[in-house]
Every structure is written in structure tokens, then in C-alpha cells.
Design a protein around this ligand. Structure first.
Ligand code: HEC
Length: 146
């Protein structure tokens, strides 16, 4: 009897602990999303548009005169969500260099300006902008640390 109670208590702790750490480590982390939104507005919106919706009137699929691509929307309407969180983090940190020296791209690297937790906050913000359908598929396919 005593043991049974103790076991229930432990199970309760585990359950609660599990749920709490998920909220902190998972995508839906309101504090990180708010921080990501601010960092995005300050560093990225100039190229990727307000709320990552792309620049009005720019077709992100059409190469520019110099053979490079314009900045795509990152809000779920282009293909950012085809990439793992790890690759997205690398793109933010290293920019077009991620694709190798031969690649003709001009996405700047933010490694010196945004540390890993800043970049993660931005990823959580972008993830929060994606339609639910895409988020579900993404979360099934990738873990946050992949
Ligand atoms: C000076 C303009 C510029 C700024 C500022 C900029 N980007 Fe980009 N970004 C680009 C361009 C151009 C591309 C397209 C890269 C390519 O395919 O050549 C790109 C691509 C990306 C991609 C890959 C998208 C995909 O679908 O593959 C991600 C993710 C991204 N940027 C995130 C960010 C984030 C986050 C910030 C702010 C921290 C940022 N960018 C700031 C120009 C910019």
C-alpha cells in the first residue's frame, strides 16, 4: 500500500516532468517564438519580407539577371520546410556558403551576429508561421535536433 502510493507519486512526477521539458525544448515555446520574431524583423525581413512572406512582386522561383535566386518566403509557401532544422540552422549561420563555394548565392551568414540560441529562436518563429498541415508533416519527419 505504502509502496503503491509512492509509485503513483513517482509516476506523477515523471509525467509532469516530461510534459514540462517538452514545452521548453519543443517548437511551441512562446518566449523563444517572440524572441525569434523580433530577431527576424531586425535581421531578415529586409530581404525575406515582413513576417517572412517574401517581397511583394518578387517571384522567388525566377533567377535574377546575375543567375542568383531572390530571397524566398520562409513562411511555408516556399520550400524552407523541406530542410531539416540542422540544415536551416546552417543556412542561417553560414548563408550561401552552406551550398559550397561554386554556388552563386548571396544569403549572408549570421554566425557572428546570432548565436545558436538566437538562431533556434528564429527557427521556432518560422515554424510557427507555417500552416498546421505543413507543421504536422515536418514534425513527423524531423526532430528539432536533426
Ligand atoms: C541580404 C539579403 C538576405 C538577408 C538579410 C537574409 N537572407 Fe536568407 N536568403 C537570401 C537569399 C538571396 C536566399 C536564397 C539562397 C539561394 O538559394 O541562393 C536566402 C535563403 C534563405 C534560406 C533558405 C530557404 C530555402 O527555402 O532553402 C533560409 C532558411 C534563410 N535564407 C533564412 C534567413 C534568416 C533566418 C535570415 C535572418 C537571420 C536571413 N535569411 C537573412 C537573402 C537574405
Amino acid at each position: 500500500m505504502k509502496y503503491g502510493l509512492y509509485r503513483n507519486f513517482l509516476a506523477g512526477l515523471l509525467l509532469f516532468g516530461g510534459a514540462a521539458s517538452f514545452a521548453i525544448a519543443g517548437w511551441d515555446d512562446p518566449a523563444a517564438i517572440a524572441k525569434g520574431e523580433e530577431l527576424f524583423a531586425r535581421n531578415c525581413a529586409v530581404c525575406h519580407g515582413v513576417k517572412a512572406a517574401g517581397k511583394p512582386g518578387v517571384d522567388w522561383k525566377k533567377k535574377l539577371a546575375d543567375g542568383s535566386f531572390p530571397p524566398p518566403p520562409l513562411n511555408g509557401t516556399a520550400h524552407a520546410w523541406h530542410h531539416s532544422p540542422k540544415l536551416l540552422d546552417r543556412i542561417i549561420a553560414q548563408g550561401a556558403k552552406t551550398y559550397g563555394d561554386a554556388y552563386k548565392g548571396w544569403m549572408p551568414g549570421f554566425e557572428k551576429k546570432l548565436d545558436a540560441s538566437d538562431r533556434l529562436a528564429i527557427l521556432k518563429y518560422l515554424h510557427s508561421l507555417w500552416p498546421e498541415e505543413i507543421r504536422k508533416r515536418y514534425d513527423k519527419h524531423f526532430k528539432l535536433e536533426e
